[in-house]
Design a protein around this ligand. Structure first.
Ligand code: ADP
Ligand code: MG
Length: 240
């Protein structure tokens, strides 16, 4: 098992955004994480990546307990994540943004540049383009590139494929496949069921901070609890 999260909770005052969630990820998997807005998916990622510390539970990665390990050390251990709202170093080029990630494992500038260049090519970005001139899809791609440059073993993608045109979405799915072929294990938060169906063999459904269903995409979309909590509402056009 690459990642084991057990009974993870995160409370904000009396409110438990994550309320006893479990997740086991085997090396090589792509897992889908779905559920309505506010279900706690991003907060759960924050707990896994060390961007927030859980209120209860344990998280182990590659055999080591990382429950309270700070995010930089988790990145070094091989946990990479993107954020739902991407952030870039606006005044820097795409290449320099990606070099920020590459410096984690390549302290020498030339090595970092070589590593970053390889990743920029893989992701189909233009190295000399200023980050500030990128639209949202470009920013999401840049964030994927920056985290890839840290050479993660596990990549947590938080709605990195949201808001894309059909063509951009096709390219993004192809990119996710390439990343997976590089041997990187992934957990993907995504609302577009088609993307989940295409990319994943196992899905967890989150609702009110807990996993309410798990199985193949085909299995979970038929579960009554999932339809009630998530899919039904979406199909009536009220969710996102
Ligand atoms: P999701 O990613 O599934 O949409 P989030 O993890 O972003 O859900 O949020 C889960 C719940 O936790 C929401 O109700 C949100 O408002 C709340 N929440 C998230 N972060 C904080 C915070 N820092 N302080 C208080 N409440 C928060
Ligand atoms: Mg979220």
């Amino acid at each position: 098992m690459l990642l084991e999260a057990r009974n993870v909770s995160k409370a904000f005052g009396d409110f438990r955004a994550v309320a006893g969630a479990d997740l086991s990820v085997e090396e090589g998997e792509i897992i889908g994480l779905i559920g309505p807005n506010g279900a706690g998916k991003s907060t759960f990622f924050n707990c896994l990546a060390g961007d927030t510390m859980p209120t209860t539970g344990t998280i182990s990665f590659a055999g080591a307990d990382v429950t309270f390990t700070p995010p930089d050390l988790r990145a070094r251990a091989g946990i990479g994540r993107t954020f739902q709202v991407p952030t870039t170093f606006e005044d820097m080029s795409v290449l320099h943004n990606v070099m920020v990630g590459a410096f984690l494992r390549h302290p020498h500038r030339n090595d970092a540049r070589t590593q970053a260049m390889r990743i920029v090519e893989l992701t189909g970005l233009r190295p000399d383009q200023p980050a500030r001139s990128l639209g949202t899809p470009g920013r999401k791609r840049l964030e994927i590139a920056r985290v890839l440059a840290t050479q993660p073993r596990l990549l947590l993608l938080d709605e990195s494929l949201a808001g894309l045109t059909p063509t951009e979405l096709r390219d993004a799915i192809a990119l996710v496949r390439r990343i997976h072929e590089m041997g990187i294990t992934m957990v993907i938060v995504e609302h577009i069921m088609e993307v989940i169906m295409t990319l994943t063999k196992r899905v967890l459904v989150f609702n009110q901070g807990r996993v309410i269903a798990t199985g193949t995409p085909e299995q979970v979309v038929r579960e009554q609890a999932v339809i009630e909590a998530y899919l039904g509402r979406r199909h009536r056009g009220q969710g996102t």
